[in-house]
Design a protein around this ligand. Structure first.
Ligand code: ADP
Ligand code: MG
Length: 227
């Protein structure tokens, strides 16, 4: 396959057992995303957006099919290797920030870098640059509870890209924000993607935001369909 494809799903299936029955959410989903490309995942609630993002982010394993990150097939890898790929190549942003409450904004962004083996000075320098880039440099020493919702999400985005991943996956990252704040957070996200060349897949219900991305896809009958 093309090495420039940052993320590829091939024939991905996911089925949940529900009581006696089986709920088939993904039924042979195919999808690929190049570095530097942004795609909006726009689909009604319950159609499998989070499921798809979790599979793409190696947080879950598909029941059938394959997930490729940067050309590497991830299905046969053990948990340790998957964790390493997740740490180095994938950034994840949730609807709610999931920042560590007892640490400051800058410490939250330093954390994944320290885990990846950078020293404190390097991690702090990059975290500070990311905070500046997200235009919240003045909030570096504040804890999450002292930040607004939009600021919390910008810190969460900065944390997700702290290790310069190839793929950024965001699950309704502005779903909890008012439209103006959502636009502001999205501006920062978009600028970051353009500047870094990473591939971004963003689940959103916001059509204005979706319209600004390179592509739009939905989930129909368990498959990914281009809009
Ligand atoms: P979306 O993010 O588009 O709202 P999800 O991917 O969260 O959709 O869920 C898709 C469907 O799968 C929903 O009907 C949900 O209830 C079901 N589902 C998700 N996770 C599980 C699970 N672990 N066990 C059983 N059903 C699940
Ligand atoms: Mg969801």
């Amino acid at each position: 396959m093309n090495a420039r494809v940052a993320l590829q799903l091939s024939g991905v299936e996911r089925h949940y057992t529900q009581g006696e029955g089986v709920l088939s959410i993904l039924k042979g989903a195919d999808f690929s995303l190049h570095g530097g490309q942004t795609v909006a995942l726009v689909a009604p609630s319950g159609t499998g957006k989070s499921t798809l993002l979790h599979l793409a982010g190696l947080l879950e394993r598909p029941d059938a099919g394959e997930v490729f990150i940067n050309g590497q097939s991830c299905g046969a890898l053990g948990d340790e290797q998957r964790t390493a790929i997740r740490r180095n190549d994938i950034g994840f942003v949730y609807q709610f920030h999931h920042l560590l409450p007892e640490f400051t904004a800058i410490e939250n962004i330093m954390m994944p870098q320290l885990i990846a083996g950078l020293n404190k000075a390097e991690a702090r320098e990059r975290a500070a640059a990311l905070l500046d880039y997200m235009r919240i440099g003045h909030r570096a020493e504040h804890r999450p509870s002292e930040l607004s919702g939009g600021e919390q999400q910008r810190v969460a985005i900065a944390r997700a890209v702290a290790n310069a991943p190839l793929v950024l996956l965001a699950d309704e990252p502005t779903g909890n924000l008012d439209p103006e704040t959502a636009g502001y957070v999205f501006d920062a996200l978009e600028a970051l993607v353009r500047q870094s060349g990473l591939a971004a897949m963003i689940a959103t219900h916001n059509y204005d935001l979706a319209a600004r991305m390179d592509r739009r896809v939905t989930i129909e009958d368990g498959k990914v369909v281009e809009l």
